[in-house]
Design a protein around this ligand. Structure first.
Ligand code: SAM
Length: 299
């Protein structure tokens, strides 16, 4: 795989995240899937919301018992969404592609365990796939496009491998312009250990209008965009919790290495500075409704 710096950073991040065997056990035992969940009337807790999100993806893809389709899960993680949908829509064939080696291995283990045959997983980048032109009837990307180092190129690749009249479905965060100010970007780069972000900024942080432009330039039609935080389907509190948890997890690893080299007094000053920075990140997120669903048809 020939990856860009930013793709390598996403790969390293997810390989590290899924290198812990305890987490693998947890996913099999307790957590149905790894995304924000989709809240509607009658949904009472986060596990129900996660299952509902996978059902919602199925609805957006317009799948039913009669569907015989080839479907790509772009950025498939540990494969739970594809496995769920493959079981539900057993006439469809699902392909999951993820940049992380560890995720693709776990997805394979989960597939073997579940004995679901109409799905296959591979390690690779959705930026440059080996699929033939016009191959898929449907493509979905659930909370994975945000990592694309160049959203314009991502849209191009999805257009290439989608069949005419095929449908692309994306659910993700598209930050607002004021969120990508220099300080916020520095915090992000530090937390997620992205050394290469500054130079590639133009293609990395894209607001929803710019992304829509890429879709229209590529001749996608019937584009529908919904702000799922405004509709209440995605809970902002979950967005905040995820910022806090991921910041906490990454800082713990960072602090361990920093604190080894520093005198005692810095052990308190550094966590305090980090705390203030995370608070700042939360504050600039507070007024932003930034989670969208996108549907688009290839002309
Ligand atoms: C937040 S996770 C979402 C995983 C999955 N869609 C789900 O909902 O459980 C983001 C995923 O995007 C994947 N990813 C990031 N960059 C990628 C790339 N260039 N190509 C393929 N997958 C990528 C990561 O490996 C990770 O699995």
């Amino acid at each position: 795989m020939n990856l860009t710096d930013l793709e390598n950073e996403a790969k390293a991040y997810y390989d590290k995240l899924w290198s812990n065997p305890k987490r693998i056990h947890k996913i099999i035992e307790e957590i149905p899937s790894w995304h924000f969940g989709f809240y509607e009337k009658g949904i009472n807790n986060s596990n129900e919301a996660k299952i509902n999100m996978m059902d919602y993806v199925g609805r957006l893809l317009e799948l039913d018992d009669e569907s015989f389709m080839k479907i790509l899960d772009a950025g498939s993680g540990v494969g739970t969404t594809s496995l769920y949908l493959a079981k539900k829509y057993s006439n469809c064939i699902f392909h999951g592609i993820t940049i992380s080696h560890n995720e693709s291995i776990i997805a394979g283990i989960l597939q073997k365990k579940s004995k679901i045959r109409n799905v296959q997983f591979q390690q690779g980048s959705y930026m440059k796939t080996s699929y033939k032109n016009n191959y898929f009837d449907r493509i979905f990307a659930l909370e994975s496009v945000i990592y694309s180092p160049n959203k314009k190129e991502f849209v191009k690749e999805m257009y290439r491998i989608l069949k005419p009249n095929g449908k692309l479905v994306i659910l993700d965060i598209f930050p607002k312009k004021y969120q990508f100010n220099p300080l916020s970007i520095k915090i992000d780069s530090y937390l997620y250990q992205r050394k290469n972000l500054d130079r590639n900024l133009k293609n990395y942080y894209i607001d929803i209008n710019k992304f829509k432009k890429f879709l229209t330039t590529e001749k996608f039609v019937e584009i529908k965009i919904h702000n799922l935080i405004k509709t209440g389907n995605i809970k902002k509190s979950i967005l905040f919790i995820s910022i806090i948890l991921s910041s906490y997890a990454l800082l713990i690893t960072k602090l361990k290495t920093i604190n080894k080299k520093r005198p005692f007094k810095y052990k308190f000053i550094l966590p305090f500075i980090f705390f203030v920075l995370i608070l700042y990140k939360l504050l600039i997120s507070i007024n932003s409704n930034i989670y969208y669903s996108i549907e688009a048809i290839k002309k």
